[in-house]
Design a binder for this molecule. Sequence first.
Ligand code: PHE
Length: 348
Amino acid sequence: MNENLQKIEKSALMEIETTETQKELERIKVKYLGRKGMLNQILRSLKDLSLEERRQIGPQAQKIKKILEEKINLKFKTLTIASTEQQKFLDVTRPGKKISFGHLHPLSKIEEEIRQIFIALNFSVVEGPEIETEYYNFDALNIPPNHPARDAWDTFWLRSNQKEQLTIDKKQLTQSQMSNVKGQKLLLRTHTSPMQIHYMETHQPPFQIIVPGRVFRYEATDASHETNFSQVEGLMVGENVSLANFKFIVEKFLQKLFGEKIDFALRPSYYPFVEPGVDVYMKWQGGWLEVAGAGMVHPHVFKAVGYNPYQWQGFAFGFGLNRLAMIKYKIPDIRLFYSGDLRFIGQF
Ligand code: PHE
């Protein structure tokens, strides 16, 4: 028998025998039996040989080809059986698949934390409607119609003269709000401050409350501005409440939220519903970021709710929740919160 053919047969059988995967077997099949495989190369070169040699080698090569085909088919079946057996076998020691749990959004998380901090400081938590009347959002807060201060809150106005709109409104608004709806333009609240009015209309001092909630601004967005964000309003009214009390409360609050070593500053500011007014700034990315507006409640606001401004005084504040979350979780862009990007949300 031709020596070359013998060698080919031997090594092919060896390879078929030792292979353990179907993929590998496929490769062996191509190597020996493929169109450009070893056996076909020999068969193709027969034409260059003498008649004598052709007679001898031709049938030999054909025979080997057949043997290899059979062996490969057989091995293929054995491997198929082995792999299905393996699938049936449950290896209980293998590590399990990781199941991903749902979790709270970073804004919900920080809101909950803030609620707990203020509850521990003896504040009550109240909430109010996102649809407001012009009266609560502006007028009662000492911002009369056509006053330039309204420009500070770019507003989403609602078409309240439409029928469907009114049915929604009735469901959303409380009794006292309804009485004010008449002839009033409706809007998406631009801040949580309208809840100061609602609360004082229905409660007598002394008290201290916070109001977490969503607010809306019709303005251009950038890394620290969003059209929709969350605030936490605060209001503390009593006979001797001062700005010093406010400073103490913010300091305690920020320390509990960020740790003892915090860097914050109060700077004079202007809001029509406070006097004096301040802004709270915190260190952020090498600069200062405004995180709250605040001040002593303006006497006009007390008059609007029927309090005697000579008897009561108090402070109010409004923290931007998203900005606190940005500082706490080191988030560079406020727009990420509502981006719906799971690569972002998944990190919390
Ligand atoms: N409502 C103000 C704002 O949204 C913040 C503020 C609240 C300022 C309470 C003073 C007192 O900008």
